[in-house]
Design a protein around this ligand. Sequence first.
Ligand SMILES: Cc1cc2nc3c(=O)[nH]c(=O)nc-3n(C[C@H](O)[C@H](O)[C@H](O)COP(=O)(O)OP(=O)(O)OC[C@H]3O[C@@H](n4cnc5c(N)ncnc54)[C@H](O)[C@@H]3O)c2cc1C
Length: 548
Amino acid sequence: MSLRSTNIDKIRNGDFDVLIVGGGINGAVSAAALASRGARVAMVDRGDFAGFTSMQSSNLVWGGFKYLENYELALVRHLCMSRNRLIKAYPANLREIRFLAALDEHSPYKPWFAGLGSTAYWLIGNAKTRPPKVYSKKKLAKKEPIIQMDDVIGGIEYSDAYVVDNDSRFVFQFVRSALNVGAACANYVELTAAYRDSSGWRAELRDNDSGETFECKARVIVNAAGPFVDDLNKALDIKTDHQIVFSKGIHLIVPRLNKNEEVLAFFDDTERLFYVIPMGSRSVIGTTDERVSDPVTHVETDDRDFLLEQINARLDLPEPLTPDDIISTRCGVRPLVVERTDDSHAETDWTSLSRKHAIEVDPSDSFVTIFGGKITDCLNIGEEICDAALELGVRLDKDRNDWYGEPPKATRDEFFRQARLMGLNKLRKRASFETLSTRLWRRYGMRAFAMLEAIRDDPTMADEIIEGAEYVRAELFYAAKTEMITKLDDFLRRRSKIALVLGREVLSDADGIREACELLFGDDAQRRIDEYFAADVMAQDAGDPSAR
Ligand SMILES: Cc1cc2nc3c(=O)[nH]c(=O)nc-3n(C[C@H](O)[C@H](O)[C@H](O)COP(=O)(O)OP(=O)(O)OC[C@H]3O[C@@H](n4cnc5c(N)ncnc54)[C@H](O)[C@@H]3O)c2cc1C
């Protein structure tokens, strides 16, 4: 029986303290935090976990330097503290990274002023990262030769952090953490209706893979549906003081542009910051910020051409980037919270809209809604949801802060000792950016010990199944059992970043795909391959529910 079937069995006719609707970052941290404190939790997502917004972020864990422009000091302080806490809790998964911002005549700030801002930013973050620097034009050119220097007058360097693997994999760690302490979580399960009576909520659910419908009961519902929170509240007749508006952002993934492990930052022609972010052997260019009314978005030709034009003007590349260089794309909407108004376009200064989140608790309906949020702020959201559950009468154990974070240093040292003694990194030629032991530890923590064991038994377990995928056979065995991979896209795009790094064209011809699918899906392998390659690529990239 698969992990997913076991969890659906638990949810079917189950009686829970809390039912969480949505398995993006907000739903996942809520499930992990509540379940670790003894609540009986169910969490469902109508697509895959992190299958919508939470797989489309810039992968940055940051204090929001750019929000200083709007003097949002309290927000920046709050996000810097969240960032610091995450970096401390996830030393292998999140890394401090330098941002190198090139400033030209048209930039809104001179280097000295940006330098002052970056010092203020550093101090607001309690100086926990490396200190910022200001560069003259000459020094900047030496530091990063890829920058087109013609109009540049200088630059600054400061620190934030990034998710080394992928946002969606980071989210899945919280799903795993929730499963480990008894939560019942299932992907491809949709809440279709819910009714409230004196004993609590009765929820109607549908398995979107098999079509089966079933029910469960819950005392409290947490609406963590991201861009769909308002739709769900409307369907359940829940009234709120806030609502969501959408800001679309796209990213283009291209072959690695610069050697240094740093983020390059530039102001685009509209004076908005955009970035070149490292992703292993690739670079990610983005993002954009455009108000839209539909949460399901796609990379349009105009968006793509705008980003290509901006980056080509700012980098000194042997050949300008063209659409043919794009390996894959990311596209999503930021769910931004605003006060509810009858006029959905009342907000005029769009880019200055705050990136805060709001949690509304409705005691009369035992209902909680999470509006907005960021991956950076996820630990706070988990804690705030526990406070909300307590307010609604759910009994929780004391918070031991054990629902997040990596294993202690002594465990880590033991893993690397064993890996070194068995010669793990000699079994595989060093990947360009990191060793196999570093990768396995980051992705699996404690569970990576079992992979060492499997590789000791059978060294072919350290072989890459799909060339260039940075994913070895042992990981596939593990993923098949413990990562609730239901469709091929769950594996290629979210538990791993293979689809982003290799692109669909390469994957359609890749030798290892069949073996990978046989390991993951057994007899169902061919159906899952056909389903993946037949799906509308753009819709699937955008997490469009209709493409599932
Ligand atoms: C372009 C872009 C760049 C960003 N960059 C960053 C960044 O660098 N750093 C950062 O911290 N943040 C960033 N963000 C913000 C961050 O990604 C989002 O705020 C966050 O992912 C939202 O998570 P969520 O859980 O609220 O929503 P989602 O991830 O969208 O999750 C909601 C889930 O609810 C499910 N759902 C909806 N209705 C139902 C139903 N009826 N039944 C079951 N399931 C349902 C959906 O399928 C979906 O998976 C970025 C966002 C974008 C778009």
